[in-house]
Design a binder for this molecule. Structure first.
Ligand SMILES: Nc1ncnc2c1ncn2[C@@H]1O[C@H](COP(=O)(O)OP(=O)(O)OP(=O)(O)O)[C@@H](O)[C@H]1O
Length: 364
C-alpha cells in the first residue's frame, strides 16, 4: 500500500480544468444552490466541504450531468457542458453508493470500463494489477463483490474509476465506509494518483481534516452558498467569516465578545469600529497558558479538563459566562475551579463583524 505510484500504467488523457459559473439549483420552489462560482485548474484537487444538507452532492451531480441545472454554466476545459449528457462529459465518478456488478469478479469489475473501451488485454491486465496492488486488492481479484466487506467493495469502486483514465473524476465521500487507518492510507493514494496521473479531482466530504489534508483548493458551502473558497491554508489561517472559522478546526475557533478580553491599545482596526461592532476569533491551539505577556488576555474559571494526549483542552468560563476552549500543550495543567489567565498574539487574532459575520481585515 505504501509503494509510490508507478507511472507506467495509465496514460490519462491530458488533464482538464473545471469551472462553475453562477450555478443555481432549485427543487420546486426551494433553492438548494445559489450563485455558486469557482474554478480549478487542470490536474488540481478541489474539495466541496460543508455540513450535511448544504448542497455538496447536489453540486457534484450537476457537474456530472446526472441532474439538470436551474441556471448558470459548467465548463470543462473552457467548453460549456451544461446541456451535454453525463455520458458525453468524459468523467469518472465514485459515489457513496458504489454499484459493483454482482456477477463479475473483482478483476472484471475493475477492468470493466477498459474492456468496454477495447483497451488491449495486456495493457488492461497490467493496469488492473498495478491499481489493485496499490489499493491492497491483489489477493481479492478472483472473488465476487458479495464476498468482500463494505470497505473492500468501496476500494474496488475507487480502483475502477482510477483505472478508467478519465481526465476528470468526481468522488462523493468515497472513504466513508473505511476504518481510520485505511482512510488515511487511501487518502494519500488518491492524492498521489491525482498528481501522478494528472487527473483533475472534485471530491465531496463533510470531514474537514480530509479536505485540508488532500486538497489544493477547498470550496466551503453553507446552505447552498459558498462561505469561502481558497487553499486549505487560506481557510485555516484567514477564515472569511464566522461560519468558516467555526467549521474549520477542532475544536472550533472561539468567538469572543471584546468585553471578555483584555485588549491591547492598538488593534489595527478602523477608527470607526466600536467595541460592540465585532467579535474576536481565536483558535484554541493558538492560545497560551500562562499568558506570559501576550498581547490579548482573557481571565476565566476552569470548568473541566479533557486530556487528549498531545494537548489538554481547558474548558473555561469567562466573567460574562461565555465558554472558551484552550488547547494547552504543557504539563502544568490547572485544576478545575481555578481562575486562570490565558493569552494570544496579534497574529492569532481574527475580527468578525457582528452584523453579518464577515471577517474584518486589519489595516496594514
Ligand atoms: N431530489 C431532491 N428533491 C428535493 N430536494 C432535494 C433533492 N435532492 C437533494 N435535495 C435537498 O437539497 C439539499 C442539499 O442536499 P445534498 O444532498 O446536496 O446535501 P449534502 O451537502 O450532500 O448533504 P450530505 O452531506 O448529508 O450528503 C437538502 O436540503 C436536500 O434535502
Amino acid at each position: 500500500m505504501n509503494k509510490p505510484a508507478d507511472t507506467s500504467f495509465g496514460n490519462a488523457t491530458a488533464a482538464v480544468s473545471l469551472e462553475v459559473r453562477n450555478l443555481r439549483k432549485s427543487w420546486g420552489k426551494t433553492e438548494v444552490l445559489s450563485d455558486v462560482s469557482f474554478r480549478i485548474g487542470a490536474g488540481g484537487f478541489l474539495t466541496l466541504l460543508g455540513p450535511s444538507g448544504c448542497g455538496k452532492s447536489t453540486l457534484l451531480r450537476l457537474i456530472s450531468g446526472l441532474d439538470e441545472t436551474s441556471g448558470g454554466q459548467i465548463l470543462i476545459d473552457g467548453r460549456d457542458v451544461s446541456k451535454v449528457s453525463a455520458a458525453d462529459r468524459n468523467l469518472g465518478m465514485v459515489f457513496q453508493n458504489y454499484a459493483l456488478f454482482p456477477h463479475l469478479t473483482i478483476e472484471e469489475n475493475i477492468g470493466y470500463g477498459l474492456k468496454i473501451r477495447k483497451v488491449d488485454k495486456t495493457r488492461r491486465d497490467k493496469t488492473i494489477a498495478r491499481v489493485s496492488d496499490l489499493m491492497g486488492l491483489g489477493p481479492l481479484l478472483q472473488r465476487k463483490p458479495s464476498q468482500l466487506s463494505g470497505g473492500q467493495q468501496q476500494r474496488v469502486a475507487l480502483a475502477r474509476v482510477l483505472v478508467s483514465e478519465r481526465p476528470l473524476v468526481l468522488m462523493d465521500e468515497p472513504l466513508s465506509n473505511l476504518d481510520a487507518k485505511l482512510r488515511t492510507e487511501i487518502r494519500s493514494e488518491i492524492r498521489s494518483l491525482n498528481k501522478t496521473l494528472g487527473i483533475t479531482v472534485i471530491y465531496v466530504t463533510h470531514d474537514q481534516s480530509e479536505a485540508l489534508s488532500m486538497s489544493d483548493e477547498v470550496v466551503l458551502l453553507n446552505a447552498g452558498k459558498i462561505a469561502q473558497w481558497g487553499t486549505p491554508r487560506d481557510l485555516y489561517e484567514s477564515p472569511a467569516n464566522t461560519f468558516s472559522a467555526s467549521f474549520i478546526g477542532t475544536p472550533p475557533t472561539n468567538l469572543l465578545e471584546p468585553a471578555d478580553v483584555a485588549l491591547p491599545e492598538n488593534l489595527g482596526l478602523d477608527g470607526g469600529t466600536a467595541l460592540t461592532d465585532y467579535l474576536i476569533g481565536v483558535r484554541p491551539e493558538t492560545m497560551c497558558f500562562p499568558a506570559d505577556g501576550a498581547a490579548f488576555t482573557l481571565t476565566g474559571r476552569v470548568l473541566s479538563l479533557e486530556y487528549e494526549g498531545n494537548v489538554t483542552l481547558l474548558h473555561l468560563e469567562a466573567a460574562s459566562g461565555a465558554k472558551v476552549i484552550v488547547a494547552h500543550g504543557g504539563h502544568d495543567v490547572p485544576a478545575p475551579g481555578a481562575e486562570v489567565t490565558v493569552g494570544w498574539s496579534h497574529e492569532a487574532t481574527h475580527f468578525f463583524s457582528k452584523k453579518d459575520g464577515a471577517a474584518i481585515r486589519r489595516k496594514t
